[in-house]
Every structure is written in structure tokens, then in C-alpha cells.
Design a protein around this ligand. Structure first.
Ligand SMILES: Nc1ncnc2c1ncn2[C@@H]1O[C@H](COP(=O)(O)OP(=O)(O)OP(=O)(O)O)[C@@H](O)[C@H]1O
Length: 377
């Protein structure tokens, strides 16, 4: 297995959150948290606000929540805004990330500069997230799989974000022209930009997926050895249009009048998907809920591993409600792997007993009670 070689031979500097401060986020009025390297465990009763802390970090890194559609839902009741701040050691320097959100707008600061963008924050805070809903990466529609793949493309290919933005702009313009029932030849004018940017986006995605697949198979073999012995797991790239058409341009051409009737572009890189199969069958038909979760863990670990190999940096892993995710054997395996991979990880639980003690020397335990987060004494 490749990763075993990697784990034994090389250790990368750990990307690390040093501190997190938040104000008026969900039920938490004020938290100031100094984290340790390695494993950070937050223990708290139901509704203590454990997920809120994970959510706050995820919001800082991605500009969105994984459980609320409207950012205003995140503002503490009877308040007008929330603020988040964190210091993260990344690429051999420490960055200071700040974000303030009210009902209308988000203000972002990076290292004291006000003109930073969300993608600047994302670059400085490479987070992976595992929640009890993570198996939706397999069970839900392709949107979550596109997000997963695009996350990796964003970190590995500097040109990706430019092509992606250009594609989104061209798609919006074409859809607007379709909706307004513009003449067919006028709509086709947008196609050149759409095709150029769309193919560039998909070429990067497909390349990245190819790189990821062997690493994913290694982790799946480690986490599900018996399953792997008996079954054949494969990933394939669906570009977003049917293979009946030679290329994206042909597909656009074929569907032009139908698109005009519907008022939007039906097929293209915005419909891209990763097809995951077990013995040539849809993985969902063959995997138990637990196996789905393990496969999602393998996908996230593969991304983390590939990023470390390519950039010499590790990601930071957020795991909400670990005991709900995995049984004891797999909890142990996952935490052990994260320690071996030198990945700082934040884990929430209702009871410390449910977290296997893998490497006690790099374990930091905090108790969340009455909106106060205190280290265990
Ligand atoms: N905008 C808000 N203002 C105030 N309180 C909120 C707001 N949004 C959510 N809450 C409350 O915050 C509390 C914390 O919820 P959270 O899901 O973060 O807790 P948890 O510790 O992860 O719980 P569990 O172990 O049950 O998953 C809940 O009681 C919830 O009702």
C-alpha cells in the first residue's frame, strides 16, 4: 500500500489552528479557544454547541454553513451579527483570519487587510469535514460530489478558480439569453466562452480524479479490508453530458432548441459527477450505511494525503459527533491514521469514553458547558 510507505518515511509540517474566537454564533455568546496540535476533543451534552464550533470554523473556511441555508440563522438570537477569528499556522507562517457577518453582508479580514476575499481565507484554512450527514456525498445528488472534487482542484491547480468563475459567468449569461427566448444564433454566441472555460474546468477535474483514485483505493483497503478483498471499487468521471455526443459543443448544439424551451442549459460541466461503482453496480446498492461512511472517510483521507504529497502541507480535519459516525474499531483506525498522517483534528462527542485513546501525548480534551469551553484539568 502506497500510504504505508508514505506514513513511515515522511512527515509533513502540520497545518494547525492555534486559536479560535467567536462571538454571538448560534447559542455561543463568546468563546476563546486555544487549541493543541494533534487531537482536540470537545466533550459536551446535547445542545451544548459542539456542532456550532465546527460550523463556525467551516463558515470561516468556506463562507457557508453545512446545516443552514441562511447565514442569518447563525447569528445568536437577539443579536445583529456574529464574528469569527482564528489564527492558523499554514505554509510556514501564521495567518489571522477574521469574518463578521450581519443579516446582509460579510466582512472579511486576512492578516489585518480588509480587501481579502473568501477564497483567500479558504486557501489559508484547508479544512476537511466529516459529519453524521457526510454519507450524503454518496447518497445525495451530484452537487456534493462536484463540491468535493472542486475543493481539491482549487488547492492543486492555481488556474482552476479562474476557469471555474469564467464558466459560471458564461453559463449565467447563456441561461439568461435562453430564458429571454433570444434568437438561436444569439444564444449560440455565448457557447464559445462556455465551451472553452467548461472544458478547462473538466480537464482539471478529470486529471485530479485520476490522481486521487489509487490513493482512495489504498485507504478503502485499510478501512474495509474484507470488503476490498471481495469486491472491485471503481470511480469514473461523468463530464455532465452524454457520451453519445463527441464533445460538449455537440451536446450544446443538439439540445439548443430544447434548452430554449426550458430556459436553461441542461447539460455541461455544471452537471459533472463522479460515478462510484462496486463490481460494476452503483455503490449505493452494494454498500451498507457504515460502509458508505467508511468510503466517505477514504475519499477525504485520499484528498488529505494527495495534498500533503503535492504541497507538503496537511489539512485540518473536523469530525462532528465521531461516535455517531463509526463503530469502535473504525473510530480507532481513523484516529490512529490521522495521528500517523500528522493531521490536526477536532473531534466532538457527548462522552470522552467513546473516543479511543490512540496517542495520549497529543490528545487535548476540552469540556463545553454553559457556553464555556474549558480544558480538562
Ligand atoms: N441563532 C441561534 N441563537 C441561539 N441559539 C441557537 C441558534 N441556533 C441554534 N441555537 C441553539 O444552539 C444549541 C446548540 O446546538 P448544536 O447543534 O451546536 O449543539 P451540539 O452540542 O452539537 O448538540 P448535539 O450533541 O445534540 O448534536 C441548540 O440548543 C440550538 O437550539
Amino acid at each position: 500500500m502506497r500510504y504505508l510507505y508514505f506514513l513511515n518515511k515522511i512527515s509533513f509540517p502540520m497545518a494547525q489552528i492555534d486559536c479560535l474566537k467567536l462571538q454571538h454564533f448560534r447559542n455561543l455568546s463568546q468563546i476563546e479557544w486555544t487549541l493543541g496540535s494533534g487531537q482536540n476533543i470537545i466533550v459536551g451534552d446535547n445542545a451544548a454547541g459542539k456542532t456550532a464550533i465546527i460550523e463556525a470554523l467551516w463558515f470561516l473556511a468556506s463562507g457557508r454553513s453545512f446545516r443552514a441555508n441562511q447565514p442569518k440563522q447563525l447569528i445568536q438570537q437577539d443579536h445583529n451579527q456574529f464574528t469569527l477569528y482564528c489564527e492558523v499556522a499554514h505554509q510556514h507562517r501564521t495567518h489571522r483570519l477574521g469574518l463578521c457577518r450581519d443579516a446582509i453582508q460579510t466582512i472579511i479580514h486576512l492578516d489585518g487587510q480588509k480587501n481579502a476575499t473568501q477564497s483567500d481565507l479558504s486557501q489559508c484554512l484547508p479544512l476537511q469535514l466529516l459529519t453524521p450527514e457526510s454519507h450524503q456525498l454518496l447518497t445525495e445528488g451530484p452537487k456534493a460530489r462536484r463540491r468535493f472534487l472542486d475543493w481539491g482542484c482549487f488547492f492543486h491547480y492555481a488556474e482552476f478558480i479562474g476557469h471555474w468563475r469564467q464558466f459560471q459567468r458564461a453559463l449565467k449569461q447563456r441561461n439568461m439569453a435562453l430564458k429571454q427566448q433570444r434568437p438561436l444564433d444569439e444564444i449560440a454566441l455565448w457557447d464559445k466562452n462556455l465551451i472553452g472555460a467548461g472544458l478547462a474546468v473538466n480537464a482539471i477535474r478529470s486529471d485530479y480524479l485520476q490522481k486521487l483514485e489509487p490513493i482512495l483505493l489504498d485507504f478503502a483497503e485499510y478501512l474495509m479490508p474484507r470488503f476490498n478483498e471481495q469486491h472491485n471499487l471503481t470511480l469514473s468521471f461523468y463530464p455532465g453530458w452524454s457520451s453519445h455526443y463527441q464533445n460538449f459543443g455537440d451536446s450544446l448544439q443538439q439540445y439548443l432548441s430544447k434548452d430554449r424551451q426550458l430556459g436553461f442549459t441542461q447539460y455541461g460541466p455544471h452537471r459533472m459527477d463522479i460515478r462510484i461503482k462496486v463490481d460494476q453496480q452503483d455503490a449505493l446498492m452494494r454498500l451498507s450505511r457504515g460502509q458508505q461512511k467508511l468510503l466517505v472517510c477514504s475519499l477525504l483521507l485520499a484528498q488529505a494525503q494527495y495534498l500533503a504529497e503535492q504541497s507538503g502541507e496537511s489539512v485540518i480535519m473536523l469530525i462532528d459527533d465521531l461516535p455517531a459516525e463509526l463503530d469502535e474499531t473504525h473510530r480507532f483506525k481513523l484516529l490512529n491514521l490521522l495521528q500517523e498522517m500528522h493531521i490536526q483534528h477536532l473531534v466532538t462527542t457527548t462522552s470522552l469514553e467513546l473516543i479511543p485513546a490512540t496517542h495520549k501525548d497529543s490528545r487535548h480534551v476540552f469540556y463545553l458547558h454553559n457556553s464555556q469551553l474549558r480544558p480538562s484539568t
